[in-house]
Design a protein around this ligand. Structure first.
Ligand code: HEC
Length: 191
């Protein structure tokens, strides 16, 4: 009826006493050790995310899936969705021109000079363009920027109306005579 008691087990007592407590020299049970070893093996596989064992399909596949999901959620600006005609129509819209000039003064004048003559950025009043001089080209350049050359992308900073207005405004600088024009850069574009 009673199970084995300590007295029945022929275990070897270890030769020490801590605070009156003695202990047997018993190994951990086999099932426990195997489970322990299995968790170590699993943790290594999990850590390196190998195959289907880890949290995903493998590190590289996970990374690529994350990057693809990010790219989908944050599409690169393509140049906006205003047509040339819509942009040119804004040139005749006084309110839009007012807004465009305001945005130009606030965001562009520091690099392109208040009158478009150019400072760090190129002259926007001459006929020479690095990235194309049609209003659609300007719209695209302003939207996506030329970051490696120091021209910020404005497509996500400005509101869409502001962006089209400032582009329309820039197109009106063409042929004006800035106070200190920067030397032409790029190729001439005939309007
Ligand atoms: C921090 C300085 C900086 C600011 C601010 C800036 N730009 Fe620029 N921009 C540049 C530089 C530098 C370039 C020349 C890029 C290159 O060399 O490819 C440039 C190029 C351009 C071009 C193309 C010119 C060409 O010859 O093709 C346009 C158009 C333009 N900027 C418009 C704008 C407008 C509009 C704004 C404001 C919304 C603006 N920029 C604000 C620095 C700036």
């Amino acid at each position: 009826m009673a199970g084995p008691t300590n007295d029945d087990i022929q275990d070897k007592l270890l030769n020490h006493t801590y605070d009156g407590i003695q202990e047997y020299d018993n190994p951990m049970p086999r099932w426990w050790l195997l489970t322990f070893a299995a968790t170590i093996v699993f943790s290594v596989i999990y850590l390196f995310n190998i195959g289907p064992v880890g949290s995903g399909k493998g590190r590289i596949a996970d990374y690529e899936a994350d990057m693809a999901a990010y790219a989908k959620a944050h599409p690169a600006p393509t140049g906006g969705d205003m047509s040339s005609d819509q942009l040119l129509a804004l040139v005749k819209d006084e309110e839009a021109m007012e807004e465009g000039k305001e945005a130009y003064t606030a965001y562009c004048a520091s690099c392109h000079a208040p009158d478009g003559g150019g400072l760090i950025g190129p002259n926007l009043a001459d006929a020479y363009w690095l990235h194309g001089g049609t209003i659609a080209d300007i719209y695209k350049t302003v939207t996506i920027g030329v970051l490696e050359k120091g021209m910020p992308p404005w497509g996500k900073t400005l509101k869409p109306e502001q962006l089209s207005a400032v582009v329309a405004y820039v197109s009106t600088l063409q042929g004006t005579t800035p106070a200190n024009p920067k030397a032409p850069q790029g190729t001439p574009v005939t309007p």
